[in-house]
Design a protein around this ligand. Structure first.
Ligand code: NAP
Ligand code: GDD
Length: 359
């Protein structure tokens, strides 16, 4: 039987690397889109690249292609070459706060990029099944509208969210208009040791360890009261794959159904490294204090506030549970613990880093 071929955009990112791993384990031939960069940024997929070619007879099942979501010609020519059975569109400028700094670029890659990929697929690979990485940032985060499911109305609050809304809607239009197999995975926040360092879970985990080890005095954060529904990334990629194995394409919310504030996240991460965090003061003067020493170890820095905030996210993934037989396994506590453990191991092998200035 012919081996299944998948094309993954965003393969160097958190999700793309887990998805590549999953599909290779399932026997797929995997093709990933990579951007040309001056310094290599393939740390998330290096282990997969090293898995192949160990002997001259090794079959090569993981291939990388240069291109960019803002360059439709590159997408067309890759699809023409690969003719994939499945396409996973994970590439995006994925940072919400940064999307306020670079709204045009965010729109080109996260909105028009989706259109380019759909159009390229329609022209050269119309039978491919397509997964579009949609997001809980489509919702307003209004507390009165939780938990959010597939029927909750969309009202994005950032340039990122509105670009992703275009992506989600154009994906639906290609499904309904052209009969193409296109699914939106409306994924709530999902994290892992491979999470970018300027997303809050990874930042807090790294910060707590650095404070504990005396590498930094305090951790600057933004809005402590926002709430997120955090799951474990590899499990969410399993859901993405399942969406493309159904008889009919559809949209699905993927979430844990549990929500926690940034404040709770910080308390847990510090607790896991042996520090009891207590809070003093209010508003911008609020600070997190080490209960044992009285030292300030968390501060509020307006640099990390967003012009608009999605305050409250909590997903209702009952449809995915019913149709896809998918359910989350890793709890919030287990997730943060596994991130702390991975970071401690990482710190043992690498002495420098930390890039919290622009998160
Ligand atoms: P990520 O770690 O930031 O990875 C983003 C990937 O997209 C990277 O491989 C990046 O390449 C690539 N990329 C960015 N702009 C591109 C462009 N113009 N052309 C080609 N590639 C480009 O993101 P993630 O957390 O894995 O998320 C994957 C997708 O799911 C994204 O679309 C994100 O918006 C969406 N999503 C994520 C979450 C979440 O909680 N993680 C939740 C809902 C939806 P470089 O390595 O070259 O930068
Ligand atoms: N990044 C960051 N840095 N966020 C902070 C900080 C900080 O110092 N302090 C507080 N926060 C708050 C943000 O204001 C937000 O409410 C929450 O922490 C989560 O921020 P991020 O981890 O940056 O993720 P996000 O929710 O904005 O976006 C992620 O999840 C979306 C799905 O809901 C990204 O992965 C998006 O690509 C994804 O679509």
């Amino acid at each position: 039987m012919e081996r299944k071929r998948a094309f993954i955009t965003g393969v160097t990112g958190q999700d793309g690397s887990y998805l590549a791993e999953l599909l290779l384990a399932k026997g797929y031939e995997v093709h990933g889109l990579v951007r040309r960069t001056s310094t290599f940024n393939r740390h998330n997929i290096e282990h997969l690249l090293h898995l192949q070619g160990l002997t001259p007879t090794d079959e090569k099942r993981f291939h990388l292609h240069y291109g960019d979501m803002t360059d439709m010609h590159s997408l067309l020519s890759i699809l023409q070459k690969v003719v994939p059975h499945e396409i996973y569109n994970l590439a995006a400028q994925s940072h919400v706060r940064v999307s306020f700094d670079i709204p045009f670029y965010t729109a080109f890659s996260d909105a028009i990029g989706v259109l380019s990929l759909l159009e390229a697929a329609r022209i050269v690979s119309p039978n491919a099944k397509i997964y579009q990485a949609s997001t809980s940032e489509l919702y307003s985060g209004d507390k009165r509208e939780t938990p959010q499911n597939e029927n909750t109305h969309f009202r994005p609050r950032s340039p990122y969210g509105v670009a992703k809304l275009y992506g989600a809607e154009i994906a639906r239009i290609y499904r309904e208009g052209y009969g193409m197999y296109v699914c939106n995975g409306i994924l709530f926040n999902h994290e892992s040791p491979r999470r970018g360092e300027n997303f809050v879970t990874r930042k807090v985990v790294m910060g707590a360890i650095e404070v504990k080890q005396g590498r930094r005095e305090f951790l600057p954060l933004g809005n402590l009261d926002a709430r997120r529904d955090w799951g474990y990334a590899p499990e969410y990629m399993e859901a993405a794959w399942k969406m493309l194995q159904q008889k009919k394409p559809d949209d699905y919310v993927i979430a844990t159904g549990e929500t926690h504030s940034i404040r709770e996240l910080a308390e847990l991460a510090f607790h896991l490294v042996g520090i009891t965090l207590t809070w003093k003061g209010r508003g911008r003067q609020e600070r997190g204090v080490d209960a044992a020493t009285g030292k300030t170890i968390v501060t509020i820095d307006p640099l990390y506030f967003r012009p608009n905030e999605v305050e409250h996210l909590c997903g209702d993934a009952r449809k995915a549970r019913r149709v896809l037989k998918w359910r989350p396994k890793t709890t919030f506590k287990e997730l943060i613990r596994l991130m702390v453990d991975a970071e401690l191991e990482h710190f043992e092998h690498h002495t420098s880093h930390s890039s919290m200035v622009l998160s």
